[in-house]
Design a binder for this molecule. Structure first.
Ligand code: PLP
Length: 376
């Protein structure tokens, strides 16, 4: 089986994990956790990084820290992995779903700006939805497939409406806009190290921020809000969301290979584009000129999606459709969905992600290309 986007374990993972096991530092205290945090913050250029048990828990804590409260609204792209929306619900808020751009598949910023201009107003420094009076405290831009939208434009829209930015950078470690890393444009940014991401720790996540107070509170909340070194005194409701040392050991070893992994993702992207450009009706995700994408998950658009998915998977070339748009899921079908042409649905019905692991061979890439070409 050629995996869609599998882990690539060939660096210091064994050595670092062995060190954890040999020394007994296996749980949520240990030097690999703090080293991993240091190296991530150094890599992305943030002042602080706080390791969490997953990308989902990183998002949950970040929304708590952004003071998103019960009955608030949070702006978010309609095309994302379910975790983004779940985290919004965990804090009692509801999403306002924004349709995506037809070419980059990121949040449609014109649609967002139009919506804010026409349907919201500022009351006591807070953006509120005129029709219900609900607060719009935050936006969670998702860097879909490692790509990014025009972050200058996004940041200036959010400034105008006093909306905090919590970046869902789960897929975009290593991507940047104008040389600035994904995850560092908002108050808080969240990464994931799940098994299919560009680097993995088995499972894990990271919050990055430049705000010292938020960093301290993120760590506090992730460790059961224990407020005394000796006594079990906890000063608020906390969570058991800290990354373990064993997971961090794997993550740190993976991070050492990130630049090579990104190079390989670019090689895979170039290979597919060179081989499939102009073939049938195949189209690729577009990337704005200021964006340097990590090309995490290679995805093509074609009317032939269903046949391609069937034949690739029959040939053990693991391929998947895009996520079902959030407004189509039972939990979110009644949420506000801001759209003119329902681009989400068009992209969903016409696209598929094809094998692009960082250890895929050229022979395997050719097998994928041949299998696709046979279907036209
Ligand atoms: C993977 C992912 C997450 C969740 O990360 P986990 O570590 O699996 O909890 C959140 N958002 C997006 C966009 C993702 O791709």
């Amino acid at each position: 089986m050629v995996l869609l986007s599998g882990p690539n374990i060939k660096g210091n993972e064994w050595k670092y994990v062995k060190d954890c096991l040999d020394t007994g530092w296996v749980s949520s205290v240990g030097s690999y956790v703090t080293d991993f945090e240091k190296q991530i913050s150094k890599y992305v250029g943030s002042k602080y990084a706080i390791a969490t048990s997953s990308g989902t828990t990183a998002l949950h804590l970040s929304l708590l820290l952004s003071e998103v409260k019960n009955n608030d609204l949070v702006l978010v792209t309609n095309v994302t992995f379910i975790a983004t929306l779940n985290a919004i619900k965990y804090v009692g808020a509801s999403p306002i779903l924004i349709d995506i751009d037809e070419n980059s598949w990121q949040i449609d910023l014109d649609l967002l700006a139009n919506f804010l201009d026409s349907k919201t107003e500022i009351r006591d420094d807070v953006c509120v939805l005129k029709s219900t009076g609900q607060r719009i405290k935050a936006i969670v831009p998702v860097h879909v497939l490692g790509n990014m939208c025009d972050m200058n434009k996004l940041v200036s829209i959010c400034k105008k409406y006093n909306i905090s930015i919590v970046e869902d950078a789960a897929e975009s470690l290593g991507s940047s806009f104008d040389g600035k890393h994904s995850g560092t444009f908002g108050e808080l940014g969240c990464f994931s190290f799940n098994g299919n991401k560009i680097i993995t720790s088995g499972g894990g996540g990271m919050i990055v921020t430049d705000n010292e107070e938020l960093a301290i509170r993120a760590k506090h909340l992730s460790t059961q809000a224990k407020a005394d070194n000796f006594e079990y005194f906890h000063d608020t409701i906390g969570y058991n969301y800290r990354l373990t040392n064993v997971a961090a050991a794997i993550g740190l070893a993976q991070l050492e290979q990130l630049d090579n992994f990104i190079q390989k993702k670019h090689f895979v992207k170039d290979f597919y584009i060179d081989s499939l450009n102009g073939f049938g009706d195949i189209k690729f995700q577009t990337v704005e000129k200021n964006v340097n994408s990590n090309w995490w998950l290679f995805t093509i658009k074609t009317k032939n999606q269903k046949n391609l998915l069937k034949s690739l998977n029959e040939n053990k070339l693991q391929s998947r459709p895009f996520w079902i748009p959030m407004n189509k899921l039972p939990m979110f079908k009644n949420e506000l969905y801001i759209s003119v042409e329902d681009i989400s649905d068009k992209v969903y019905n016409n696209s598929l992600s094809i094998p692009c692991s960082t250890n895929i061979s050229e022979k395997e890439l050719s097998m994928v290309v041949d299998c696709i070409k046979k279907q036209f």
